[in-house]
Design a protein around this ligand. Sequence first.
Ligand code: HEM
Length: 308
Amino acid sequence: MKSQEELVEAIKEKYEARGQNPNTHLEGLYHSKPINYWEYCQIETLLTLQSTRTNIPDEKIFIMYHQINELLFKMVMHEVKQVASKIDELDVPYFISKLGRIKRYFNVLTSSYDIMTEGMEVKQYMEFRTALMPASGFQSAQYRMLELCFTDIDNLIDNRYRHTVTSDTKLKDKFEMLYWQGAMKDPKTGVKSDTLRLFEEKYKHKLIGFTKEYQDSNILKCYQSLSKEDQQSEELIEALRDMDYTINVEWVMSHYRTAEKYLESTGKTEAATGGSPWKKYMHPKYQKRIFFPQLWSQEEIENWGHDV
Ligand code: HEM
């Protein structure tokens, strides 16, 4: 730790270099209020963000658990951004340590689903969900952005149309072929559901901009930017494969099982608030969304999601 004299000198140098008077900043420090936990973490604001649409008690659990998920998505994004910004100077140990952080966030997301399945009465959910339509977790912009900053958009194209994409396919056309578009379009007419239409009204422009921003620096591109030798690192390959599996099979399946518990509770398969044909749509063996297909064998890709 610097001595008091050294600190004063460092402050002087810092502000003089910016053409500012260091004494003004020292006086500001003298007048500033002591910091406290509740203001620093904005706890009071945070605790005002749980407004329910009904008076059914478990709706609060539903909102808070979604909010916790969104905060963890933000933590994942925070790590990805740091990796992407270093694409020209990435080294393997740093990359692996960031992947480790992301994996731990997703482990929390995957293992905490029982907060819903054990902590929210089916009967209460079946009642309050009717007040939430057509809102759905499907409209989580952060989740969509996360996918787009992990991999190339081509790997997120609906499995049925992937073979039709060429190097001439425009980004706006690829966007219409994303795997999640199919779940919310009438298969006969192609008309978009309200859930999708409202989501696009708010986020389509942002998502397209985001795709452009990460098309050359997403996690897959970061891996491919490494030297051939670094790309062979078994530890790195394992970390990437592990993350792919954690997100695209384990998280997806925890979510799927949650949906199963609630939406099949009546003995028949109910639609969720977004109204997708969810049983098929959500299962990894149909979607086969894989962020790093280069790192999996043909056989592993064919059997994707079959082991769960
Ligand atoms: C009772 C709890 C839940 C049920 C029954 C449920 C059900 C569903 C269903 C059926 C879908 C497909 C779209 C639709 O038809 O609405 C969906 C999508 C989605 N939900 Fe949930 N969900 C639950 C909790 C959560 C939680 C806690 C999150 C965390 C943010 C979440 C995030 C998502 C995301 C990101 C999607 C889009 C995934 C994709 O496109 O594959 N859901 N959910």
